[in-house]
Design a protein. Structure first.
Length: 247
């Protein structure tokens, strides 16, 4: 089983080395790492060429944002299973991909997801929030809850059947995609109680109040699109749950 890992980059020189080295360190042998760069103006591509030992393809050209970049990577991917690893994130341990492959090979499933944790960008050893996907079930989409997207690995055939990331959202296209795959098309999935990815705190969807408001509005938009009755206020209740994730 070949695993395709897609990393979208743009002026990511401060963090991309950690991402690349965490892919290099994976014990599973058959990995295709695809870099989709939005024509960075810094040293991102130099670092990719220097440290990306498992990078098999680099696409570097202007794009319409991170979801457009992810879609380019999905289109170029040749793996049986595809996952996304952001350019400021890295695998928490060396056996993450091995665990994912084991789950696919021993279960009749289309997708696997697990947990992630957030760290202080100034201290990568300090966990500030642990995002467990254990409680997820499709009925929770109406509250804005979903599996941790950076831990979501799905068969390439699902993208071919059910589509890629919509460009109709600023920051909630991952939510839209998971609703489509898990709620509408009811693909078969398995949760693994494992910390897949270490994420630096301060991502685009949580960096300020305005981002949170956009995320809530776009989450409600996605739910309405797929016939899930909710509203931005109901979706905002997820922040009450997230309080319990803080460490």
């Amino acid at each position: 089983m070949k695993i395709s890992i897609i990393t979208a980059t743009y002026n990511s020189e401060a963090t991309i080395k950690d991402t690349l080295e965490s892919v290099n360190a994976q014990t599973y042998p058959d990995i295709e790492h695809i870099i989709v760069d939005g024509a960075s103006k810094d040293n991102t591509l130099d670092l990719v060429k220097k440290y990306g030992k498992r990078v098999s393809l680099i696409i570097s050209e202007p794009d319409k944002g991170i979801y457009d970049a992810m879609n380019k990577g999905i289109k170029a991917a040749t793996g049986d299973v595809i996952g996304i690893l952001n350019s400021d994130d890295f695998f928490t341990s060396e056996d993450v991909i091995s665990a994912i492959v084991f789950a696919f090979e021993n279960n009749d499933i289309d997708a696997v997801y697990g947990d992630v944790h957030y760290v202080n960008p100034e201290n990568l050893n300090k966990c500030v929030r642990y995002y467990s996907s254990a409680v997820f079930k499709p009925s929770l989409f109406k509250f804005g809850l979903m599996p941790a997207h950076p831990s979501f690995y799905v068969k390439r055939s699902c993208y071919e059947k059910y589509g890629v990331y919509s460009l109709d959202y600023q920051i909630a296209s991952d939510f839209d995609l998971l609703v489509r795959f898990l709620h509408i098309h009811k693909i078969k999935y398995k949760y693994l109680k494992k910390d897949f990815v270490t994420m630096r705190n301060g991502g685009v969807s949580t960096k300020n109040l305005n981002s949170k408001m956009i995320l809530n509005q776009e989450g409600a938009k996605a739910c309405k699109k797929y016939g899930i009755r909710t509203n931005p206020l109901l979706i905002s209740l997820k922040y009450l749950y997230k309080i319990f994730e803080i460490r």
